[in-house]
Design a protein around this ligand. Sequence first.
Ligand SMILES: [Zn+2]
Length: 76
Amino acid sequence: MISIHCASCGRRFFWYQNIGKGKLLHCWKTRITGDHIEKAGDQVYCPCEQHIGVEEGPWIILHGGSFSVKGSALKK
Ligand SMILES: [Zn+2]
C-alpha cells in the first residue's frame, strides 16, 4: 500500500493499492481505502480546498503536482 498526500497541506487523502510500475496518474476507486477526500460533483478536493483531481468512471484522475506519494508499491 502507498499513501497519497496533499501537496498543499500534507494531509493523507487515502491509501492506495498500487500494482505495477509507472507514474501514478489515475487511481482505481476499488483500490482506494480510508479516503479523506471531498467531492463536488465529479471534482475531487482535499478538505483544505486544494483541487486534486477528477472522478471519471471507475477512476480518479489525479493532477500532477497536487499530491505526493509515500510508501512503496507492491512488487509483483
Ligand atoms: Zn490539503
